[in-house]
Write a protein that binds this ligand. Structure first.
Ligand code: ADP
Length: 385
């Protein structure tokens, strides 16, 4: 089939889907979107918009019927329907079996352990007795509890004191199946994005360093390449490729890792889709993460992942003090700077800490990049319109 005539069906209509469409409209690609919210970022720019739940079997089948290949831009979808469609011969990338593992943080962690991927010690628990037994065995004074399903952007994650829980000074924060992990003293949080085509060829992007807002648990500043030595860079890339090889599926994968002070790397989690940590690739790499995924879906060769210049990315989050119609303060001043690219996601209303857009910044060297990022992050803020 002519690759440029393939119709791509995407489950989810958020900003990740929007950027994928923006990036590949120039290839004449057709995008069909299924999403609950008819005001979502993809709705104004996709070919066919279907309003419906990502859990609704009939709607997913309707999307499949008008698309040659399916993918998703969010993990909270009906995987059983995707598995059934794949068994019926529908092309779905990545393989829905990957999603089945990723959707459950417990299965995901067990998968890394079973495939000798470095990851911290962990226990899968449910009852109070299991919690207490596991906490006794975890090293250190702190540990991390995560709900196995349904969490995102740090919701369903708690860093807890062993002493406080064991002595009932703090209640167990979550009900139902949970993952308890050793707390990793983290020097840096890193991500490596890996793309794998249908033949099993893989390419990885230069490592990415992420800084989080501890309150919102969202990436606020990202730098690529990460400020790590070449030995750790190579090690991180190797681990990321090992993880993707273990999943044995084509697709785009963001492998998030912790680097401890001794230089050890631990895989935290994998996003089997385009990821917030890869937005800078639109301007800063020869092939963006979004184009890369489209190439895989169309059966085209993987593109170069080389960085053109050191890059930074700032998420533009909704201001904490208002909700509603918005504008960007200092947009004029920021627009005069070279190598600064403002992206907005067409969200109708700003809400506190909501991901509204991002800025990609490029500079010939790190000091200039950091100076530019500090200026933009201080001045480019949402205000009421
Ligand atoms: P989510 O999937 O909601 O983003 P994560 O599993 O990535 O949740 O955890 C959110 C954040 O919590 C991480 O980015 C990291 O800062 C911290 N964290 C998670 N697990 C650990 C751990 N084992 N040790 C130390 N910090 C952790």
């Amino acid at each position: 089939m002519n690759p440029l005539k393939k119709r791509i069906g995407v489950l989810g209509g958020g900003q990740l889907g929007r950027m994928m469409i923006e990036e590949t409209l120039r290839l004449n690609v057709t995008f069909n979107i299924l999403e609950n919210d008819k005001d979502c970022p993809c709705a104004p720019i996709c070919d066919t918009f279907m309003e419906g739940s990502l859990m609704d079997e009939a709607k997913i089948r309707e999307l499949a019927a008008i698309s040659d290949v399916l993918t998703w831009e969010i993990e909270h979808v009906n995987t059983d329907v995707l598995l059934a469609l794949a068994a019926e011969g529908k092309e779905i990338i990545p393989a829905p079996s990957v999603l089945k593992i990723i959707q459950d943080k417990g299965l995901q962690k067990q998968f890394y352990f079973d495939h000798q991927i470095p990851t911290g010690a962990f226990f899968l628990v449910q009852t109070e007795e299991e919690w207490f037994e596991a906490i006794e065995k975890l090293p250190g004074s702190k540990f991390v509890a995560k709900t196995r399903k349904g969490g995102y952007d740090g919701k369903g994650v708690a860093i807890l004191s062993k002493y406080d829980i064991l002595n009932r000074l703090e209640p167990i924060p979550f009900e139902g199946p949970c993952l308890l992990e050793a707390f990793v003293p983290c020097e840096k949080e890193l991500a490596v994005i890996v793309a794998r085509d249908r033949e099993g060829n893989m390419v990885s992007y230069p490592s990415i360093e992420m800084e989080f807002d501890p309150e919102a648990n969202l990436v606020t500043l990202l730098l690529s390449p990460a400020r790590i030595g070449s030995i750790i860079e190579e090690k991180a890339k190797q681990i990321a490729r090992d993880v993707v090889a273990a999943f044995n599926s084509p697709g785009l994968f963001a492998v998030e890792m912790f680097l401890d002070p001794e230089g050890n790397l631990f895989v935290n989690e994998v996003a089997p889709r385009a990821h917030n940590s890869g937005h800078h690739t639109i301007e800063a790499c020869y092939t963006s993460q979004f184009e890369q995924l489209t190439r895989i879906l169309l059966g085209l060769p993987l593109g170069s992942t080389e960085l053109i210049q050191p890059a930074a990315m700032l998420n533009l989050l909704g201001a904490k003090d208002f909700s509603g119609s918005y504008k960007l303060d200092k947009l004029h001043e920021v627009s005069k700077l070279p190598g600064v690219y403002v992206h907005l996601y067409a969200k109708k209303e700003s809400k506190p800490m909501r991901k509204m857009g991002h800025v990609c910044l490029m500079a010939p060297n790190l000091p200039e990049l950091l100076e530019k990022a500090a200026y933009v992050s201080k001045h480019l803020v949402f205000v009421k319109d």
